[in-house]
Ligand binder design. Structure first.
Ligand SMILES: Cc1cc2nc3c(=O)[nH]c(=O)nc-3n(C[C@H](O)[C@H](O)[C@H](O)COP(=O)(O)OP(=O)(O)OC[C@H]3O[C@@H](n4cnc5c(N)ncnc54)[C@H](O)[C@@H]3O)c2cc1C
Length: 206
């Protein structure tokens, strides 16, 4: 029979968010187990761009993807999280109030009281896209849109959407195909693009 690991919090993903969550939970004296399908800790930073400099971390002028991962590991060391690498969480079910059970493809079973919801991000992004071209609508946290204004470059919605879709595909390409990835929003954007004017190729001034 499979043993069940009981923990306060189960964190799926050992990227920077998962690692910093270990720190915040540790301050609240909550024990975390962290699962990642990758063979290393650090998420995108360690897997996709360990050598690339990052310039937008508050208080740190520059750090590489691997450097940030190493610093986060140093920061969470006192809280001694347990890592489970090369394992994918396949199922999560609610079995109590609050109590969740998760199973991995290696057959491990975890029971934890906490689960995270991420739907807010989709709402926020749809709202930002709706604000394009509308100077009265706040876009303060959208780097791409505000950056284009600073550079004096006109970016239409179809152009921005096309860039986002191809960048999304590029960034997700290295990940295991079994992992959940954004499908609904990209499919909606692709559909919307079919009904919009195609962006003119770069250099086509006429
Ligand atoms: C090329 C590139 C450059 C970037 N440059 C910058 C930059 O300069 N500044 C900046 O702020 N941001 C940058 N980013 C974005 C930044 O890396 C991400 O915002 C950040 O990594 C997100 O952290 P995260 O912990 O939420 O997720 P991730 O880093 O994506 O980690 C999530 C982890 O969860 C694991 N996982 C997912 N599902 C499961 C499952 N079911 N079971 C087990 N494991 C699972 C994945 O394997 C992954 O390791 C860049 C991204 C890329 C690709």
């Amino acid at each position: 029979m499979t043993d069940t690991t009981k923990t306060d919090v189960l964190i799926i993903g050992a990227g920077p968010c998962g690692l910093f969550a270990v720190f915040e939970l540790g301050l609240l004296v909550m024990k975390a187990h962290v699962i990642d399908i990758l063979d290393k800790i650090g998420g995108q930073c360690a897997e996709l761009y360990p050598e690339k400099p990052i310039y937008d971390i508050p208080g740190i002028p520059t750090v590489t993807g691997q450097g940030l991962t190493d610093s986060l590991m140093e920061q969470i060391r006192p809280f001694n999280p347990t890592f489970h690498l090369n394992e994918m969480v396949e199922t999560i079910e609610k079995i109590g109030d609050p109590l969740f059970r998760a199973t991995t493809d290696a057959g491990k079973v975890f029971e934890a009281k906490v689960i995270v919801v991420w739907l807010f991000l989709i709402w926020e992004r749809i709202d930002m896209a709706k604000g394009m071209g509308d100077n009265t609508k706040a876009q303060e946290n959208n780097f791409t849109l505000n950056g284009s204004k600073e550079l004096g470059v006109e970016v239409t919605f179809p152009e921005l959407a096309s860039i986002c879709l191809s960048e999304n595909d590029r960034r997700l390409a290295p990940y295991d195909q079994r992992l959940i990835r954004p499908r609904f929003v990209p499919a909606m954007i692709r559909l919307a693009l079919k009904f919009m004017r195609k962006p003119a190729p770069a250099g086509d001034a006429a």
